[in-house]
Design a protein around this ligand. Sequence first.
Ligand SMILES: NC(=O)c1ccc[n+]([C@@H]2O[C@H](COP(=O)([O-])OP(=O)(O)OC[C@H]3O[C@@H](n4cnc5c(N)ncnc54)[C@H](O)[C@@H]3O)[C@@H](O)[C@H]2O)c1
Ligand SMILES: O=c1ccn([C@@H]2O[C@H](COP(=O)(O)OP(=O)(O)O[C@H]3OC[C@@H](O)[C@H](O)[C@H]3O)[C@@H](O)[C@H]2O)c(=O)[nH]1
Length: 313
Amino acid sequence: MRILITGGAGFIGSHLVDRLMENEKNEVIVADNYFTGSKDNLKKWIGHSRFELIRHDVTQPLLVEVDQIYHLACPASPIFYKYNPVKTIKTNVIGTMNLLGLAKRVGARILLTSTSEVYGDPLEHPQPESYWGNVNPIGVRSCYDEGKRVAETLMFDYHRQHGIEIRVARIFNTYGPRMNIDDGRVVSNFIAQAVRGEPLTVQSPGTQTRSFCYVSDLVEGLIRLMNGPHIGPINLGNPGEFTMLELAETVKELINTNVEIKMVENTPDDPRQRKPDNSKAKELLEWEPKVTLREGLPLMEEDFRLRLGVDNK
Ligand SMILES: NC(=O)c1ccc[n+]([C@@H]2O[C@H](COP(=O)([O-])OP(=O)(O)OC[C@H]3O[C@@H](n4cnc5c(N)ncnc54)[C@H](O)[C@@H]3O)[C@@H](O)[C@H]2O)c1
Ligand SMILES: O=c1ccn([C@@H]2O[C@H](COP(=O)(O)OP(=O)(O)O[C@H]3OC[C@@H](O)[C@H](O)[C@H]3O)[C@@H](O)[C@H]2O)c(=O)[nH]1
């Protein structure tokens, strides 16, 4: 099987590469523009005979002969997707069209990594795939939320109109080693702050909730979705729900009991609650996350200490 992973130099993408490369029958091609990803994440595969890395921006067409496409390319951290919002929209819309065009041309199956952000600031809780969401179409997060919603629409229209084999995953907050140190997302921020001995910055009010999935669980879900018969959309996330204050307390307890917790200002349109309804993934993919937050957080510590150059406690 020859497999293309767009965004494969990023956090989730590089873990997916690791898993797919374990199978000696797979050849893996990564296409990435290194906006938020890095060659470092793939260093153990560079030079391997079954692996290829291409510097490529998905807003441009790509021609490669492949059997499957995991389409991940898109900045995921709010700081980075808001940095150049027009580019984020182009990546989601033109990028997804380009990859669908490739899938059509070579007859490949294509999986889109959509997001729980398509539910916006959800009025239904937990969120099932049947919920249409509560999204601000003109806000600062819209380039990402609405961009992913259009990407999903494109996937289903190419499927209905051209018979393309599609898979759509709606990923909930995922964390683990290799997240960018300055990524800006809450788990990597708190771990980096705890390792550096700096205050943990909880954005107000701190009662907003998220459900955090460890990256190995998520990758397993993506592979099951890609290779199963169901097109989705299917929620992939861990149903354990925590307030940001609870997350900060947990990081403090597990990583550095000496740090303070500091309340800081939040950003506009921050969703107030989020938790996946996992029934579809359980039933159709026989998938359930295994790693709890308390187990997963310490697994990031060594990677962050090494990259930050901070010795063990
Ligand atoms: N991590 C999460 O919690 C989460 C949640 C929901 C959805 N997702 C989705 O999963 C995917 C991967 O997320 P991640 O957490 O690994 O983020 P990431 O930022 O670490 O990885 C994204 C990768 O895409 C690349 N990229 C960005 N724009 C590109 C472009 N125009 N052309 C080519 N490459 C481009 C980046 O350089 C990076 O390597 C994204 O599509 C994201 O929307 C992630
Ligand atoms: O330092 C911080 C950073 C963030 N936060 C809070 O933590 C919560 C989560 O924020 P993050 O930036 O980690 O992530 P978000 O949940 O907003 O978006 C995320 O979810 C879905 C994915 O598609 C996106 O890629 C991802 O970034 C927010 O309520 C935010 O206000 C803090 O309290 N402190």
